[in-house]
Design a protein around this ligand. Structure first.
Ligand code: NAD
Length: 340
């Protein structure tokens, strides 16, 4: 009924179609803050757990050119009415061209018509949404009295991770270990800017001191032993997003409580892949963090619990932040439009 009414609206009262919006990397950086990213990611994890948002199977292929890995992640969030995909990959030669190795673009469609809505730069948003993911895990799973944050990794993502994490708890100190020691000063500079003492330590010392640990490396072998972790620690494993990668001892997945962004990815290409392959855990031992957000499953139950979050990075996170960035940019008149 309402459709036929709308079809007869005079042209002047129809919504003005401006065309496809383009939101540049620079504009994303200007409009998309950590608080908005946190809310967008928390909401989409919640929707995933309610089965109102779905990630579709991920495609990732070596293309046989430029040593590159290309792929796309797509999904639909029925609650947020966001449909689209992030396409991009890893081009190792980019660094010689003064470009970031990881390149991506988010493409958003109108869920009612499938018309192209927006093209949004995905590089900055990937870092922001990944940092928001571990921040959501800290907010819901780390002890409230956590004081020391341990950073394993000091590459591109690590500074975003640090900035987002320190907003969740009253951390008093940062400890760090990195495979490439020459990168550590980049992270130390951010800690200094945030007014937090920073210490470069061994991996074992990091685990002895830290109440919250973030791993964000491209390691293919375990860097953290289960025996090094003290009771009450929360660990957010954020680097393992591909089959074969690994940052922590597989036995660490047998700690009190293991959580993830998405179960299917966790057991296939996340940190849990190794514990599953070694039959140390069953997939039913892993809880989607959305269940904790929604209150349908418990998170930490005691100050002694060791909690682990396997943050694999899902397409819906990209779509969530890109959609908010596009809305904010459009509201501020910072987009350009084109018609196909
Ligand atoms: P980067 O290249 O800037 O930094 C790589 C980091 O890994 C550095 O700290 C480096 O010292 C460390 N490293 C490299 N080789 C290592 C080894 N053999 N052992 C231990 N550490 C090693 O990369 P980045 O952009 O900071 O990304 C870090 C990781 O996070 C990558 O694996 C990337 O795929 C992953 N990532 C995950 C998500 C997600 O949603 N989970 C999102 C973005 C990136």
């Amino acid at each position: 009924m309402s459709d036929s009414k709308e079809n007869h609206l005079p042209e002047s009262s129809l919504p003005v179609k401006k065309g496809v919006s383009v939101v540049s990397e620079a504009v994303c950086q200007e409009v998309m803050g950590r608080a908005d990213a946190f809310t967008a990611v928390e909401n989409v994890f919640s929707a995933m757990a309610k089965n109102t948002a779905y990630n579709f199977p991920v495609i990732r292929e070596a293309i046989g050119h430029a040593d590159a890995l290309y792929g796309f992640k797509s999904g639909f969030d029925r609650d947020g009415m966001v449909l689209g995909l992030k396409s991009g990959g890893y081009w190792p030669g980019n660094v010689q061209k003064d470009l970031t190795n990881h390149q991506s673009t988010v493409i958003l469609f109108d869920p009612d018509t499938c018309q192209l809505k927006s093209l949004v730069g995905g590089n900055y948003l990937t870092a922001v949404r990944t940092a928001a993911s571990s921040a959501v895990s800290i907010a819901h799973l780390a002890r409230k009295d956590s004081k020391v944050l341990g950073m394993v990794g000091a590459g591109h993502q690590s500074t975003f991770q640090l900035r987002a994490a320190v907003e969740q708890r009253d951390f008093e100190k940062i400890v760090c270990w990195n495979f490439h020691p020459e990168q550590i000063p980049n992270l130390a500079a951010v800690a200094e800017e945030l007014g937090l003492p920073f210490e470069s330590v061994t991996r074992e010392e990091l685990c002895a001191q830290a109440d919250v640990i973030i791993t964000i490396t491209s390691a293919f072998e375990a860097l953290i032993d289960k025996d090094w972790i003290k009771p009450g620690t929360h660990i957010a494993c954020m680097g393992t997003d591909t089959i074969g990668k690994q940052e922590v001892d597989a036995k660490l997945l047998t700690v009190d409580k293991v959580f993830t962004d998405e179960l299917a990815q966790s057991i296939m290409l996340g940190e849990a892949q190794h514990a599953i392959a070694q039959k140390l855990i069953h997939q039913s031992d892993i809880v989607p963090i959305g269940e904790v957000i929604n209150g349908t499953k418990t998170g930490r139950t005691s100050a002694e619990d060791i909690t682990l979050f396997d943050g694999t990075g899902v397409g819906l996170q990209d779509l969530a932040v890109a959609s908010v960035a596009a809305e904010l940019a459009e509201a501020k008149g910072q987009v350009t439009y084109f018609n196909l």
